[in-house]
Design a protein around this ligand. Structure first.
Ligand code: GLU
Length: 491
């Protein structure tokens, strides 16, 4: 049912889309969808030094990729356009002027030097660093005189006395004493407005009813709530989403893992696994279901159920979850998803893979049970593409093969035996039982052949069924690799 709920995601295009930002977008979007509300995208590009159109494009593209659609935004417009903050500068000026005219803001001429001395003094006396309100007491005449004299000034918000409350769906009712809030700067001396000011101007003009954003903004909310009151506008409902923490318990950073959505996309985490995992950062479908769909998210999401405890971004769990999604994919879907990764790894071109699709499908799905991301596939299947001459054995496979003193001899004998069978037109997959009987007849245990053979064929310690691998490699490669393997083991 349609409702008046209006939520927004308001990224600053100063970097790639952070996983925390992606979660904020998802929660806002899910909340709007569940409640028949409107979800809008606003680009907060007022930090002109750090904002770039490339980052903006990348953020939009990342959200599109996740399947998040906005109802209003810089690319599609809407009734509150423009949705790019710098394009709203004239409106911000007008609103700053309005507050100034109504006495909610004052001009401050304090120099950087004075403010620095004030801070030093406060820190010496173990006081909170804050503006002391000196210019708040200036007479109208003096302000006018100094403006006329061309003195530089900023516009500060005049925090009133009293206490202020707001509703935070994650934390309950939040109460703060106004005296804890500094007379903060609304407009800098160069005329540019600050974040806390413009965010409220835009949220009011865009009719935002609910503000859900990261906990790092909780310190800003008192300043913003006071602004709503000054403007005489209703205070939106808030929800501050818990911080994402690295496994070291500190704020998620490059130290403990990738922080950009794009990094996980490039590593080949399935999109729905990313959505699922990001939602688990502070929210749960219920106490028991860890794997849930986007539809379930939309039909169940309520910001009231978001936990305020910091969420550990546990990469092991993320990989596990990604693997769960991969296992659920149909074989063809999985092969399609992996295809760009196989091409990017240089194993084959897309045309080559499509030309032998049935073969590639078997190659890919042979590993579907084992990989956790699409990006894990190429190194595991590279042996099927490479030439025999530059074919590498990894350490574990080599160690396994060398456990068997007679490995080279066993391989040679098996090669001779295989030669007859393959010449008689048998397929490798038809030789499973006969091979086992052959091993037993030589008084050996299975690994005595299988470990040197796997190493010779794949150079890897684990992988799909050996006979499936032989089929995929083709008779010629199989024979060449077994012979070379025997040589390498003997030397
Ligand atoms: N532009 C701010 C940021 O990227 C968001 C501010 C908000 O959501 O209120 O952190």
């Amino acid at each position: 049912m349609p409702s008046n709920i209006r939520v927004r995601f308001a990224p600053s295009p100063t970097g790639k889309l952070h996983v925390g930002g992606a979660r904020t977008a998802l929660f806002n979007w899910a909340y709007a969808r569940r409640n028949g509300g409107t979800f809008l995208l606003r680009i907060e590009d007022t930090d002109e030094g750090r904002s770039t159109p490339e980052y903006e494009r990348a953020i939009l593209e990342g959200l599109h990729w996740l399947g998040i659609q906005w109802d209003e935004g810089p690319d599609i417009g809407g009734p509150c356009a423009p949705y790019r903050q710098t394009e709203r500068a004239a409106r911000h000026k007008e609103l700053a002027q309005e507050l100034f005219g109504r006495g909610f803001a004052y001009r401050c001429f304090c120099t950087a030097d004075r403010l620095e001395k004030l801070r030093e003094e406060q820190s010496k006396n173990h006081l909170k660093p804050e503006y002391d309100g000196l210019c708040r007491k200036l007479s109208k005449e003096e302000v006018e005189r100094r403006v006329q004299a061309g003195e530089k000034c900023v516009l500060r918000f005049a925090v009133p006395v009293g206490e202020t409350r707001f509703l935070d769906h994650v934390r309950g009712e939040v109460v703060f004493q106004n005296k804890e809030v500094d007379d903060w700067i609304m407009v800098r001396s160069d005329g540019t407005p600050t974040y806390n000011f413009v965010v409220v101007c835009d949220d009011i003009d865009m009719g935002i009813t609910h503000v859900f954003r990261g906990e790092e903004h909780l310190v800003n909310t008192p300043k913003q709530v006071l602004l709503y009151q000054a403007f005489g506008k209703p205070i939106p409902e808030f929800g501050h989403l818990p911080l994402m923490l690295g496994t070291d318990g500190k704020k998620l950073s490059k130290r403990t893992g990738d922080t950009a959505l794009q990094d996980y996309r490039e590593k080949g985490y399935p999109k729905d696994a990313i959505i699922n995992f990001l939602c688990l950062q502070g929210w749960a479908l219920n106490g028991t279901t860890e794997v849930f769909s986007v539809d379930q998210l939309v039909s169940h999401f309520d910001v009231k159920d978001v936990s305020k405890a910091g969420a550990i971004f546990d990469i092991d769990k993320f990989q596990w979850l990604a693997g769960e999604y991969i296992r659920k994919e149909a074989h063809t879907e999985f092969a399609e998803h992996c295809l760009p990764f196989v091409v990017a790894a240089g194993l084959a071109t897309e045309a080559e893979l499509r030309a032998r699709w049935e073969w590639y499908l078997k190659v890919a799905t042979g590993e579907q049970e084992r990989v956790r991301t699409y990006g894990e596939l190429p190194p595991r299947i590279a042996y099927l593409f490479g030439a025999d001459a530059d074919f590498k054995w990894d350490d574990e496979a080599t160690k396994n093969a060398k456990k068997h003193a007679a490995g080279a001899e066993t391989l040679r004998a098996y090669d001779a035996w295989l030669d007859e069978r393959l010449a008689a037109g048998k397929k490798p997959t038809e030789l499973r039982d006969e091979t086992k009987a052959w091993i037993a007849a030589r008084g050996l245990k299975i690994p005595a052949l299988f470990q040197p053979l796997r190493c010779a064929l794949t150079g890897q310690a684990g992988g799909p069924d050996l006979f499936d691998i032989m089929e995929l490699l083709g008779v010629e490669k199989v024979r060449a690799r077994i012979r070379r393997g025997a040589e390498r083991l003997a030397s």
